[in-house]
Design a protein around this ligand. Structure first.
Ligand SMILES: [Ca+2]
Ligand SMILES: [Ca+2]
Length: 271
């Protein structure tokens, strides 16, 4: 068991790859959002909780992948073990001292450029494990319901001129697939971790308008300045910019129209 969990843990931490689990135990676990609907104006933030119900089984960990539209939302921060759960003492990826490396997750999610970003931009990917890094010890498996993390998102904007648009939140999950979100058990008599995730919920963010300064703030730091211009320049004439926010007017091409919008909001702020 220890070997399996350490392997799982090393997989999370060092390789950043999702684990492959055989599917054999009954799938009973559910991942859901704390609310199914939000209505938010451009530039404002909201918090959505990620809830886990183990469906009566004792689990040793989970991979959680939350998908969103990175041209309409950006991840600001996320909490580590908000309920002080004593089973899941380790949230991955971790820093060299074993604490949850939220900066890496946020950067991967919003920009997708750092190393060790398995899912790239637009996916919040992290894991929880029944492991105590500080004491280098396994903790006990957990049965029940749990608030895993609170995700704080900033709403960017609808495309220019639109008075309303939506931004869905979903878990990356396909029934039977083991390279997406997973809820993991070590079934009795088995030496192989198994995925028991059975269903997930969705949530819809309604964005109540557009804001040219928020669109021009490619870096999502609240200010339209040289950093945003730099993103525009490095993606010039791209139809697939990285990050996708560099297409400021959202028409599919980074060109002079985007520069014009940015110039019109130079040194402007997105609340
Ligand atoms: Ca900026
Ligand atoms: Ca454009």
């Amino acid at each position: 068991m220890a070997v399996i969990l350490v392997g799982l843990f090393v997989g999370f931490v060092l390789v950043g790859q999702r684990q492959i689990f055989r599917k054999k135990a009954a799938a009973t676990a559910v991942l859901s959002f704390s609310s199914s609907a939000f209505s938010i104006a451009p530039g404002n933030q909201f918090i959505v909780g990620v809830n886990l119900n183990t469906g009566g089984q004792a689990i040793v960990g989970a991979d959680i992948l939350v998908k969103f539209d990175p041209t309409r939302l950006a991840l600001v921060s996320m909490s580590n073990n908000p309920t002080n759960n004593t089973n899941f003492k380790t949230y991955a990826p971790v820093t060299s001292t074993g604490t949850f490396d939220t900066a890496r997750v946020v950067n991967c999610t919003n920009n997708g450029v750092a190393t060790g970003c398995p899912s790239g931009v637009g996916v919040v990917e992290f894991g929880i494990t029944a492991f105590d890094w500080a004491n280098n010890a396994l903790t006990t498996a957990y049965t029940g319901t749990l608030l895993v993390s609170n995700l704080t998102f900033k709403v960017i904007s609808c495309p220019p001129g639109q008075t309303s648009c939506t931004a869905p939140l979903s878990f990356v999950y396909t029934n039977g697939l083991t390279t997406d979100s997973n809820v993991v058990v070590n079934a009795a008599g088995s030496t192989t971790p198994e995925d028991i995730l059975s269903s997930t919920s969705t949530s819809t963010v309604t964005i109540t308008g557009s804001n040219d300064a928020c669109l021009s703030d490619v870096t999502v730091d609240g200010l339209v300045d040289l950093r945003d211009y730099g993103q525009l320049a490095s993606n010039w004439l791209s139809t697939n910019p990285s990050p996708p926010r560099a297409d400021i007017n959202r028409d599919g091409l980074v060109d002079i129209r985007d520069y014009g919008l940015l110039a019109s909001k130079w040194l402007g702020t997105c609340p």
